[in-house]
Structure formats: C-alpha cells, structure tokens
Design a protein around this ligand. Structure first.
Ligand code: XMP
Ligand code: MG
Length: 178
C-alpha cells in the first residue's frame, strides 16, 4: 500500500467485480441504442476504460474535461468546460461516466448542457457516490459504491494530480492535505 494512504476502502478486486455488474445492467438498458458514452476527464478515465469492456453492446465513446476543483479538496462551485466533445449529441442516448458525485454541481451542469444540445436521453453512471456532500439534488442512474464524507484517492481520483494510478481506492492521510 502507498505510504500516503491511511486505509483502503475498495480493493482492485471489489472495484472490478462491481464494474462487471454495472456493465451488465447498462448493456441490458442500452441494447440497440448505440449510446454515446462520455468520459469526464481525468478522474473517470480508469473507470471508463474498464466499464466499456463490460458493456457488451455497440457504443461510441467521447471525452470531456470539466473543472469544478482547483487543487483544494472542496468544490468551488465554478464549473468550466476545459475540453468539449467531438461528437454531436443531438438525438443521441448519452451516458455520462463520472468518477465521483460529491456536491453534484459538476454533473448537474453537464447534464443540463447536454440536454440543451438536444440529446435524446442523458443518464449518469458514477463509480462512487458521496450523498452527504450534495449541494444540488441529483441522483446518478447507476452507482458503484457509496462513500463516506472523506477525501478519497486512487483508481483515477487524485489529490493535486497524484495517486490516479493506484489500482485501489483509499483514504488519504489528513497530514498530506492539511
Ligand atoms: P462535484 O462536487 O461537482 O464534484 O460533485 C465532482 C468532482 O469532484 C471531485 N471529487 C473528488 N476527487 N476525491 C477526489 O479525488 C474525492 O473524495 C472527491 N470528491 C469529489 C472529482 O474530481 C469529481 O469528478
Ligand atoms: Mg474529476
């Protein structure tokens, strides 16, 4: 285990098993819909690449980068598009792939923006859900794990761009960010 991690919340095996379950459910719901699966960079990139392998129906992928965070561990509430889609979403069934829903500000902004571009439907899959952090009401359509109100890193999730490559998810030692 990495020295900056206080304890592991989800092992690599637990994460992969849960992704298999999510992928199977999503495949059932999207058979014949050729969904446009959108990865929210950078945090969701590991989840995206494992998830799409488990959604065994035809789909397309695109990528978007959005920022609601600086280097701090608290959401600023300011959402910016850093990189937009290459694919038009009009008439498409869109599935947003997120790493974690905390305040909900990022996803609520993103969902509204895709609906304004006339997507046929917009659903959200998040690997982690932190319901205690909500500032705006939003419920992911598919959610991997509920997490406590602690700052977590690994499997795509970073603190100041570090720890994204850990294959598990853990809680950072408080002395690292305080
Ligand atoms: P909101 O608050 O808009 O935030 O729902 C979603 C984004 O916030 C980041 N986030 C975290 N990143 N550990 C992280 O590494 C966390 O515990 C955490 N909580 C929120 C994340 O980038 C997510 O996409
Ligand atoms: Mg993120």
């Amino acid at each position: 285990m990495h020295n900056d991690i206080k304890h592991i919340l989800f092992t690599e095996e637990q994460i992969q098993n849960r992704i298999g379950e999510l992928g199977a459910r999503i495949a059932q719901d999207y058979a014949d819909k050729n969904p446009l699966v959108i990865c929210v960079l950078k945090g969701a990139v590991l989840f995206m690449s494992d998830l799409v392998k488990r959604i065994e129906v035809p789909l397309e992928m695109d990528f978007m980068a959005i920022s609601s965070y600086g280097v701090s561990t608290k959401s600023s509430g300011v959402v910016r598009i850093l990189k937009d889609l290459e694919t038009g979403v009009e008439g498409r069934h869109v599935l947003i792939v997120e790493d974690i829903v905390d305040t909900g500000l990022t996803l609520s902004y993103l969902r509204d923006s895709l609906l304004r571009r006339d997507a046929a439907s917009v659903r959200i899959v998040t690997l982690f859900n932190k319901p205690s952090g909500r500032k705006i009401e939003i419920t992911p359509d598919y959610s991997g794990f509920e997490v406590p109100d602690e700052f977590i890193v690994g499997y795509g999730l970073d603190y100041a761009e570090k720890y994204r490559n850990l294959p598990y998810v853990g809680v950072l030692k408080p002395e690292i960010y305080s």
